[in-house]
Design a protein. Structure first.
Length: 498
């Protein structure tokens, strides 16, 4: 079995070793802070509209949490599970072109293993209807449940929580709650007390045709996106930290207006900013002044709840070895009943395993390589204040528990794993600068604040993982487009082209 000494999980976030802003323009129409999927898509959209765009990314590579890293032995790891609904095909084709959309493939074998049930599914409405009726649910109730998913806002008026909505159609059935809710809890940090619309939108999207992913891995996808952006003239700079968003009062006592950013100590004038940073970081760390900003908006921003974080364990299979019979994705737990809060325990037995094989991550050289990425939901406060020795010990324990868990499903796999390391909420915070290492953005209340930001600071826009429904690849790409269109309208209205 490999040495499980904890490692960081991504490339070291070294400070810039050279002038990363050499040769930039005198000013820009739009500065995009952060190269996650919302930032990348937003940058493309405003560039498509003819605006001059500068994209600044703190990490050494783009993608945000949709990124990858390389390790000795030829291992390439996506940083976390990347599964999304079929709507991603349409969005990619519409906003990025067929070159990306044609690489999206379906995952056809999702598995559950827990004390309540063990089963395999294609994770779509037809198969879930079969499973639910075979497990004793009345077919008319199952059909009524799926029909109710089509009107999420009506659900919010009928039920106080997502759990209450599910219990209405499947009363007292915690096993059904687990079947329906557990995958969504892993996908975006959802909890049973969330509004039913949040669950209905995300779950309903998946139920249309199942779970999809990008064939070839995030490295292939991000390289393609980067090439498209450069062809459009987007100026992309990595290892650049934005320190401040600069604003001035448009008139004495008037609304503040964006004038530029300070990045790596340099002032860069611009007419608008698209922040793909964490929402609370944007308002409370990057914005240079709250003077003149409606106190009620600042109060609402302070009240926004961040979503949970996550831990990952990366396992690389030795060259020449393979794994089989695993399916594409495994949800596993030893907990006798499902509660989303149990997923957050430091010693949780609940985790997902994503299996990467040549069908999902083919290599340009044709070499067949395999890897496994395990993910658990986590709380920032359980990792935040650990001293160095305790932190390393906790990471070692996380790795060991994960290796033991996968052995129950693939006996002997530990003998062919030749690289293993872990990432924690502190890893995510270090490389993304997300406050509290938030993997899933904000709770549902963050969406309204994100959308209202330019109403209080002219020229400052936000797009990223907020409000559950704007999380994940599909949500963030679509939100990037919506926000970019607002930026174009703002620029055309306030700074018409000469």
């Amino acid at each position: 079995m490999p040495d499980s000494a904890p490692q960081s999980g991504l490339e070291p976030a070294f400070p810039p070793s050279r002038d990363r802003l050499a040769g930039i323009g005198e000013d820009y129409d739009v500065v995009v802070i952060g190269g996650g999927l919302a930032g990348l898509t937003g940058a493309k959209r405003v560039a498509d509209s003819g605006h001059k765009v500068l994209l600044l990314e703190y990490h050494s590579q783009l993608g945000g949490l949709a990124t990858w890293f390389n390790r000795k032995g030829g291992h390439v790891f996506d940083v976390s599970l990347h599964g999304f609904p079929v709507g991603m095909v349409k969005s990619c084709r519409r906003y990025w072109g067929s070159g990306l959309a044609d690489s999206i493939v379906q995952l056809k074998d999702m598995r559950f293993s827990n004390p309540q049930f063990s089963l395999s599914t294609t994770f779509d409405q037809r198969d879930y209807t079969r499973i639910l009726t075979e497990r004793g649910s009345d077919k008319s109730q199952v059909e009524a449940f799926f029909e109710a998913l089509k009107d999420p806002e009506l659900l919010n008026s009928r039920f106080p929580t997502a759990a209450a909505f599910i219990d209405h159609y499947f009363p007292g059935r915690n096993d059904v709650l687990r079947l329906l809710f557990e995958p969504i809890a892993y996908a975006n940090g959802s909890r049973e007390e969330d509004p039913p619309a949040s669950f209905a939108i995300v779950f309903g999207n998946f139920m249309r045709q199942g779970i999809f992913t990008f064939q070839g891995g995030t490295d292939v996808m991000i390289h393609k996106m980067t090439a498209i952006l450069r062809d459009l003239g987007v100026d992309i700079r990595t290892r650049v930290r934005v320190d401040r968003i600069l604003t001035v009062a448009s008139s004495p006592g008037g609304r503040r207006q964006v004038t530029g950013v300070i990045a790596n100590g340099r002032t860069i004038p611009c007419r608008a900013v698209l922040s793909n940073s964490n929402l609370k970081s944007t308002v409370f760390s990057l914005l240079d002044s709250h003077q003149g900003v409606d106190p009620l908006f600042i109060e609402a921003s302070e009240a926004v709840r961040l979503n949970s974080s996550s831990c990952q364990v990366y396992m690389g299979i030795r060259k020449g070895e393979s794994i089989s019979g695993t399916g594409d994705l495994l949800f596993t737990s030893k907990d006798p009943e499902f509660r989303s809060e149990l997923l957050l325990k430091p010693d949780t037995s609940s985790r997902t395993f994503s299996f990467y094989h040549p069908g999902i991550r083919p290599r340009p050289d044709g070499e067949a390589r395999y890897s496994i990425v395990a993910s658990t939901n986590a709380r920032w406060e359980d990792w935040e204040d650990l001293d160095r020795a305790t932190y390393r010990k906790r990471k070692s324990e996380l790795i060991e528990a994960t290796l033991q868990a996968i052995e129950t499903h693939i006996p002997g796999v530990g003998e062919i794993v030749d690289h293993v390391e872990a990432a924690t909420p502190r890893t995510i915070e270090r490389y993304t600068l997300h406050r509290d290492g938030a993997s899933f953005g904000t709770r549902p209340d963050g969406l309204a604040v994100s959308q209202a930001l330019p109403n209080h600071i002219s020229g400052l826009f936000h797009a990223g993982s907020v409000g559950i429904i704007m999380s994940g690849w599909l949500g963030t790409i679509n939100y990037g487009v919506l926000t970019a269109d607002r930026i174009d309208q703002y620029l055309v209205g306030t700074h018409p082209r000469q």
